[in-house]
Design a protein around this ligand. Structure first.
Ligand code: XMP
Length: 524
């Protein structure tokens, strides 16, 4: 089997909001990479044995005393280096050039002239000027600027605003670019990443869904041996892919517990059982706990209290079921790479992280379960690709995120069964229409929210005094910030009419036009 980790890029994080995007672009180029903090132990950097290093951008100024320098092992490794934005300025400073906190800060689109036919940018361009110069449309976001070329380096890119927008030492394979190749606004970004990782660093194209899936299966099998594994299956993408992967790896040794809280989406419980138990033959124990959850939530309207009750009860039920299964040694979790990076600060190897909002993180110590986390290295988009590779249906792996507390945080105030049933149906209509109109995969997350206020409506000959459904739909890359989706009016009209016509306890449908910030994506 191909060693998909053999060729690898190290990304040193200087604090840019785009660092994870750099890693995703490298992975999309078919090369494994990891992100380390810029102050990672030098020995860890050396031990990683990268085929190349990328230095991220960052909020610091290299002109500040508090700046983070580039760790020396980056140069001692004798592998190609690419600095982006702050990474470029840090390279300039390291090699003795002038960097000024410029009055020329630039945020937004810019046109860059590629110069000097560098190995990094040669023949990559968006358009050519009348004089025959290759030009790139890029995204700039920087305060400082490099004022002089470091000795031994040549100019490879410039803009009117930043005469030195890129430099290179082609003998030592050290490259620097002021603009952000990791964001999609830079149209040739992927081509430049490809050029760096393949042509300059010499990495093969081995990081592909099929091989990642095979590698995950093989490694899980090796880790677990003949032991039994327990997995909390939620119906979400991550735990579903873990289930499919472990099923392939260890078959009967895997037992999944699926707690149906009664706060799931329309038909979700049956769908989970149909996919895993019936179609894939995975051993799944379904616990119908709707009554227990509704009883625990009765009379509770504070959002945080609701979250605590749902989380606590979930663990209690999961534990209760887990204890009934004999001889379990491992607990499987759907931790993914962004969880690892975010919780540990960076993958410095110092911390072992359990997905903090994951519902089964709180299993009692006396069960002494070891963890198996087969998605620990993967980004969400890779998890989806691997899921498809493992035979999961597209509707399952491409599903929008769903919060752990489920509809519990989408029914404002007290959670009641009739509210949950109404919400489920309204949400289903919304999602169905989004799919029908080919919009579902174009937005990041869409759902309905139940507002327990009453409003007057008129339907047919009668007056209707009933509840309000709010539609929420957002676009985002990281769910930390989000904009509301500009869904077509005609589309919203269809959804609104269907909801009011089909649900007689809804009198009004509204659309949420709040961004995050200041609002959050969920309502509670
Ligand atoms: P907010 O509402 O904080 O949501 O803007 C950001 C993203 O996180 C999801 N979310 C959760 N996911 N457990 C989860 O697993 C939770 O408790 C939880 N709360 C919010 C939300 O759906 C959105 O995608």
């Amino acid at each position: 089997m191909t060693d998909i980790h053999a060729d690898r890029i190290l990304i040193l994080d200087f604090g840019s909001q785009f660092t994870q995007l750099i890693a995703r672009r490298v992975r999309e180029a078919g090369v494994y990479c990891e992100i380390y903090a810029c102050d990672a132990e030098p020995a860890l950097i050396t031990a990683f044995k990268p085929s190349g290093v990328i230095l991220s951008g960052g909020p610091e100024s290299v002109t500040d005393a508090t700046q983070y320098p580039i760790p020396q092992p980056v140069f001692d490794l004798n592998v190609p280096v690419l600095g982006i934005c702050y990474g470029m300025q840090a390279l300039a400073a390291y090699f003795g050039a002038d960097v000024a906190s410029a009055d020329h800060s630039e945020f937004g689109y810019a046109t860059v002239r590629a110069r000097g036919h560098s190995a990094l940018l040669k023949d990559i361009q968006d358009h050519v000027t009348d004089e025959g110069y290759g030009m790139l449309d890029v995204w700039m976001s920087h305060g400082d600027r490099v004022e002089s070329l470091p000795e031994g380096f040549k100019l490879i890119a410039s803009t009117d605003n930043a005469p030195i927008a890129g430099f290179a030492d082609e003998q030592r394979h050290i490259y620097a670019l002021q603009f952000h190749i990791e964001v999609t606004h830079t149209k040739q970004g992927a081509a430049i990443v490809n050029r760096f990782v393949h042509d300059i660093c010499g990495c093969a194209n081995d990081w592909q869904a099929q091989s990642i899936a095979a590698d995950g299966v093989a490694r899980a099998r090796e880790q677990v041996g003949s032991a039994n594994v327990l997995l909390g299956l939620s119906g979400g993408v991550d735990s579903s892919v873990v289930a499919a992967m472990l099923h392939q790896a260890i078959g009967e040794q895997l037992t999944c517990v699926f707690v149906d809280t009664g706060l799931l989406r329309y038909g979700e419980g049956d769908q989970v059982m149909a996919t895993f138990s019936e179609s894939l033959g995975v051993k799944v124990i379904r616990v119908n706990a709707e009554d227990e959850f509704l009883a625990a939530l009765k009379g509770i309207d504070d959002p945080e209290q609701k979250r605590k009750i749902i989380g606590g009860l979930f663990i209690e039920i999961f534990e209760r079921e887990a204890r009934k299964i004999d001889n379990v040694q491992y607990l499987a979790q759907g931790t993914i790479y962004p969880d690892v990076i975010e919780s540990a600060g960076s993958a410095t190897g110092k911390a072992h992280v359990i997905k903090s909002h994951h519902n089964v993180g709180g299993l009692p110590a006396d069960m002494k379960l070891k963890l198996v986390e087969p998605l620990r290295e993967l980004f969400k988009d890779e998890v989806r690709l691997v899921g498809r590779e493992l035979g999961l249906p597209a509707e399952m792996v491409d599903r929008h995120p769903f919060p752990g507390p489920g509809l519990g945080v989408r029914i404002l105030g007290e959670v009641r069964k009739d509210f949950a049933d109404t919400l489920r149906r309204a949400d289903h209509i919304f999602i169905q229409e989004l799919r029908q109109h080919d919009l579902y995969n174009k937005v990041s997350q869409a759902f309905a929210v139940f507002l327990p206020v009453k409003s007057v409506g008129v339907t047919g000959d009668g007056r209707r005094y009933a509840h309000v459904i709010c539609l929420r739909c957002v676009e985002t890359t990281d769910f930390m910030t989000a904009g509301w989706s500009r869904l077509p009016d005609d589309f919203l009209d269809i959804v609104s009419r269907r909801i009011i016509n089909e649900l007689d306890n809804v009198s009004r449908v509204v659309y949420d036009i709040s961004g995050k910030p200041p609002a959050t994506i969920e309502w509670e």
